[in-house]
Design a protein around this ligand. Sequence first.
Ligand code: NDP
Ligand SMILES: O=C(O)C1=N[C@H](C(=O)O)C[C@H](O)C1
Length: 256
Amino acid sequence: MSTLRVAVIGAKGRIGSEAVRAVEAADDLELVAALDRDDRLDALTDAGVQVAVDLTHPDAVMSNLEYVVGQGIHAVVGTTGWTPERLAALEGWLAAVPGTGALVAPNFSIGAVLTMRFAQQAARWFESVEVIELHHDNKADAPSGTATRTAQLIAAARHQAGRAPQQDPTTHGLQGARGADVDGVPVHSVRLRGLLAHQEVLFGGTGETLTVRHDSLHHSSFMPGILLAVRTVPTVPGLTYGLEHYLAGTDGTEGI
Ligand SMILES: NC(=O)C1=CN([C@@H]2O[C@H](COP(=O)(O)OP(=O)(O)OC[C@H]3O[C@@H](n4cnc5c(N)ncnc54)[C@H](OP(=O)(O)O)[C@@H]3O)[C@@H](O)[C@H]2O)C=CC1
Ligand SMILES: O=C(O)C1=N[C@H](C(=O)O)C[C@H](O)C1
């Protein structure tokens, strides 16, 4: 059986080290490069890498991807900090190397992908919605990539349903008390030692609330999604945003 030659960039980090172990344990994948800060990216070409997994830092990911995609290496990206401008830049680099694919996944865990989907479905039925994300105390970015994407999806679903933007009644208070505004959806970020990655989406209507909650309790929760992405990305040229696009059909159904 021929194996896919894989690299992990950010290999010494919390999720990167788990990804190294997951790739090494997969019979159909071969870990041929494990890079971290200060390692040279040309090691990827020297090692004949076919798929590179970036799990680094919002400050590092764009220069990494410019090199990776420029070399025609497929990219699986879990690193956060994505903006429309960054996605457009990545799309431009991919267009210059036809046949090369990149997946940017705000979250690789199935539960988080489902949370986003359920939140999208619920969004049009409730007047109020707020997102609370809770993470470990070393996280560099806030709000989390997952919470940002969740709020964007909720806002788009509300807009599509013709729902008016939420009105914030606050006239007195401290700056920041109502969280960050992501497309009109308040997003609150908690950073606490002992946590890993958690999210609640709170919906409110007349006399009722609905809470959709997801908890990643260990970095192993992200591994099935990363391995699926590594195996799929060579078959999907161009930019894909969100693991849900790779899940369709994997269990014989239409996907989520
Ligand atoms: N999409 C998803 O499902 C998930 C995404 N993430 C995201 O992944 C990213 C990493 O998270 P986490 O593992 O917790 O962070 P860590 O800080 O634990 O790991 C990042 C690693 O990348 C290294 N690094 C920094 N810059 C570079 C560079 N230019 N080249 C190579 N390596 C570099 C860091 O080195 P140093 O320590 O020296 O800075 C560190 O070893 C974050 O953006 C996080 O949000 C995390 C979990 C799940
Ligand atoms: O930094 C993390 O830990 C995580 N980052 C991603 C995010 O910002 O959404 C995914 C998950 O929440 C873990």
